[in-house]
Design a protein around this ligand. Structure first.
Ligand SMILES: C[S@@+](CC[C@H](N)C(=O)[O-])C[C@H]1O[C@@H](n2cnc3c(N)ncnc32)[C@H](O)[C@@H]1O
Length: 262
């Protein structure tokens, strides 16, 4: 797996390259990171990468030329090391929102060339010629695409085989098909009683089936309360059992919000 990032701020990527789960996986050689700075593909003394927008208005726009040359350099370098091509993705608030399904499909591929915009955005002619996909991190505007690119790298790399050990397994995470695409259940650790609040009894029972059922019901409750759209999707996919449906019906009949103490 190889990620190439086209960015005016390559140093920002030290966070995913060097720290935490992604840092460990990078050290183990499970993924590689290459940064390409559009300033290195300019031809003037000031290394200009932006200019005023045609039509007027505030801010500056990233020029097509340096971005395009940086992407070409990244693609040439990739061709020398990677057996299969990777999508050129622009981080942009105008793209479809990133989700766990896209992280999973990226994790099954060869990586990506991630373009990080700055200023008011990038010249549309660059997008039309070089970009195959746009991805948004959410309905808000960042100062640049770097944080969005790092979020995508993190979410993708942790899904690669061998990156997480069993204790950290992504299988039980929110949105995972193994969890029927539901939200994760609450977690507890020591002490058994914290400021007068005990750990829910099923988790202390040592009874695996009871613990699994309690976790499933907490997932169903949380998802029904916060993300009913995910319940609808799980139902449409046939991921909910008759027991799940009976529990969901008790939520409709009763109080959705109260956590089950067990
Ligand atoms: C200040 S933003 C430009 C916003 C643009 N004028 C707009 O309103 O859609 C600069 C860059 O940050 C990145 N960016 C901002 N918000 C983002 C988001 N929600 N998801 C992904 N990238 C984002 C994009 O690369 C964008 O080109």
């Amino acid at each position: 797996m190889r990620f190439d990032v086209v960015t005016l701020f390559p140093d920002m990527f030290a966070v995913v390259r060097d720290l935490g789960v992604t840092g460990r996986a990078h050290t183990q050689g499970l993924w590689a990171l290459h940064a390409w700075n559009p300033r290195d593909y300019t031809h003037d003394a000031h290394r200009t990468v932006d200019d005023r927008p045609y039509g007027g208005g505030p801010g500056m726009v990233m020029m097509a030329g340096p971005l395009s040359d940086a992407v070409d350099a990244a693609q040439r370098s990739r061709a020398a090391t990677e057996p299969s091509p990777a999508p050129v993705i622009l981080l942009s608030p105008t793209g479809p929102r990133f989700d766990q399904a896209r992280a999973q499909s990226l994790a099954a591929g060869a990586g990506a060339v991630l373009i990080c915009g700055r200023y008011e955005g990038v010249d549309q002619r660059f997008i039309d010629r070089q970009v195959i996909e746009e991805i948004s991190l959410g309905d808000f505007v960042l100062s640049g695409g770097e944080l969005a690119a790092m979020a995508i790298i993190d979410a993708t790399v942790r899904l690669m085989p061998g990156v997480l050990n069993d204790d950290e397994s992504a299988i039980q995470d929110s949105f995972n098909p193994a969890l029927s695409g539901l939200l994760d259940s609450p977690h507890y650790t020591r002490p058994e009683v914290y400021q007068g609040t005990p750990v829910p009894a099923p988790l202390l029972s040592g009874h695996h089936a009871r613990i699994a059922r309690w976790r499933r019901e907490q997932s169903l409750r949380l998802t029904a309360t916060r993300r009913p759209d995910l319940i609808v999707r799980a139902r449409a996919q046939g991921w909910l059992t008759a027991e799940d449906e009976r529990f969901l019906q008790t939520l409709v009949d009763g109080d959705l919000s109260a956590p089950t103490r067990g």
